[in-house]
Design a protein around this ligand. Structure first.
Ligand SMILES: Nc1ncnc2c1ncn2[C@@H]1O[C@H](COP(=O)(O)OP(=O)(O)OP(=O)(O)O)[C@@H](O)[C@H]1O
Length: 501
């Protein structure tokens, strides 16, 4: 745990040590290291809220080692103190701009340094609070979100996990159905067994029967040895049948028999093999409709639909967008050497205005792309491939103030799940005032999904509107299709394995 106000002071040459002595004299909790190796040893035993790098006259900065030292300091905020000529080195300038909270040039007054250190402490405290909230937002199941929809989903998962009945998970593509299925498995008494995920739509109809049920030796040309199917492979655990609506009708009969009798027979076999597997199925198409048009067996539908769970599309739980984005951002930066620090306010607003047709998978892919592509410290709307919510250039001060007021109200409402009482409390106004402000800005709480926001600009200037999903011929799509980037343009399908079976 970082102690408030604790500083790791790294002094490199010249009279730099005097700075540390002066700060100690003023009562700062300071540990001094005269080189980077000593700093590394101190960091191994203790966390510091702040880092202070003091570069003495005529000393050169080993940029790579300093960067490694900052990287090892976790969430510390760093301040640099140096001679003006130190900043003539492009590499050091780059480091100061990318990795330091602030810098002071020598000679400076101690009061100035204390002021900067005070601000850096505030920022470090804010970061700690933010990190703690983020950790709280990720549960043991790897499911991120704090809004009412995800809270309800977690409750449903825990309830159905305690039983043995089949579960049918509905929800749009990319909304998190497989994650929910994994969570059911992990919460169940089968968690020590295997979780086998099969995408029924991704296996060719000629193979799917032997893939699921296995085959005996000589069952067909090429079946040179007997083979267990995926259902048997999940024995003692859970099989997740994704896109169950794509299962050929003749296989639906076999699956029904398995659900009723708990036995299977391999292709080309005569034996009935008992298998202890729980079935969790998912479909992004409405199976009741598929039953109505004769594409899905009614009896199988009722067998599978004993317990059903719906994963809400992301546009119906916009309050989770900022924490999901932050979670994916942290996952991406943990794997890459990047100086990107987070999202700009405009990026957040653009994400909250987007309709997310590809759901959580789209959000993940956009964040992943932004971390790779951005040249800035803060990711902007364009890095995410999203349209900026509004163009502030040329906006008068009155209009800008109005827009800022409206933005804060919208973001707060979205963050607190559109709860007026909570939003009013956060904004420091009464509920009546908030209602009045919402009316002034044309903000309506639509019944089940997003905030509707009327434009501030006189028509026809654009304000908040969902960005259309990328189309064929779209420059963004072309970019995402470029093999070097390694992404797909189909947000709903990007990053999704074609067939896990
Ligand atoms: N609440 C969440 N927290 C963290 N990650 C999530 C969440 N929901 C979904 N994801 C991530 O989003 C991606 C898509 O989720 P998943 O594969 O479960 O969706 P799906 O509904 O099964 O998609 P499809 O219908 O296309 O198979 C995965 O990388 C998953 O880990």
């Amino acid at each position: 745990m970082q102690q408030p106000g604790s500083i790791l002071c790294v002094t490199l040459g010249g009279h730099s040590m005097r700075v540390a002595e002066q700060l100690l004299g003023r009562g700062w909790d300071l540990a001094q290291a005269n080189d980077l190796a000593a700093a590394g040893r101190l960091q191994a035993h203790r966390s510091f809220m702040l880092g202070l790098l003091v570069v003495g006259a005529e000393s050169t900065v080993p940029e790579t080692a300093v960067e490694a030292c900052i990287g090892a300091s976790g969430g510390s905020e760093w301040v640099a103190v140096c001679e003006p000529q130190a900043l003539e080195s492009p590499a050091f300038r780059d480091l100061v701009l990318g990795s330091f909270f602030d810098h002071l040039l020598m000679p400076f007054h101690l009061n100035e340094l204390e002021l900067v250190l005070g601000h850096a402490t505030q920022r470090a405290i804010l970061r700690q609070r933010h990190d703690a909230a983020r950790r709280h937002a990720v549960d043991a199941l790897g499911m991120v979100g704090q809004g009412p929809a995800i809270t309800r989903l977690r409750e449903q998962i825990r309830k159905v996990a305690a039983t043995e009945a089949p579960v049918l998970i509905g929800g749009e593509s990319g909304s998190g159905k497989e994650l929910a299925a994994r969570a059911i498995h992990q919460c169940s008494h089968r968690s020590a067994g295997s979780f086998v995920a099969v995408n029924c739509g991704a296996i060719s109809p000629s193979l799917i029967q032997s893939e699921l049920f296995g085959h005996e030796r000589g069952a067909f040309t090429g079946a040179s040895s007997e083979r267990r199917g995926l259902i048997e492979a999940a024995s003692g655990g859970t099989i997740f049948l994704d896109e169950i609506g794509d299962l050929p009708i003749e296989l639906q009969t076999n699956l029904l028999r398995f659900l009723q009798e708990k036995t299977i027979s391999r292709v080309g076999g005569v034996r009935n093999i008992h298998v202890d597997v729980r079935v969790v199925a998912a479909s992004h198409v409405d199976l009741a409709e598929a039953v109505a048009v004769g594409q899905f067996r009614e009896d199988l539908f009722y067998r599978l639909n004993v317990l059903s769970i719906d994963v809400a599309p992301l546009r119906r739980r916009m309050e989770d967008v900022p924490i999901l984005a932050e979670y994916f951002f942290q996952r991406c930066v943990a794997k890459s050497r990047t100086r990107v620090r987070g999202f700009s306010r405009q990026a957040l607003a653009a994400m909250l205005a987007h309709a997310w047709p590809g759901n959580v998978r789209e959000l993940f892919n956009r964040v992943q792309r932004a971390v790779v592509m951005t040249d800035r410290r803060l990711i902007g709307p364009a890095d995410l491939g999203l349209q900026a919510v509004e163009n502030v250039a040329g906006m008068g001060l009155d209009v800008a103030r109005t827009a800022a007021e409206r933005d804060v109200i919208c973001l707060t409402l979205t963050r607190v799940g559109r709860n007026i009482t909570h939003a009013a409390r956060e904004l420091g106004v009464s509920r009546m005032t908030l209602y009045r402000l919402m009316e002034k800005h044309g903000i309506a709480l639509e019944s089940e999904s997003r905030l509707h926001v009327a434009p501030v600009w006189p028509e026809p200037a654009p304000v908040i509107r969902p960005t259309p999903s990328p189309r064929v011929g779209d420059p963004l799509e072309a970019m995402m299709n470029a093999p070097s980037a390694g992404f797909h343009a189909d947000w709903a399908g990007a990053g999704k394995p074609a067939g896990r079976a």
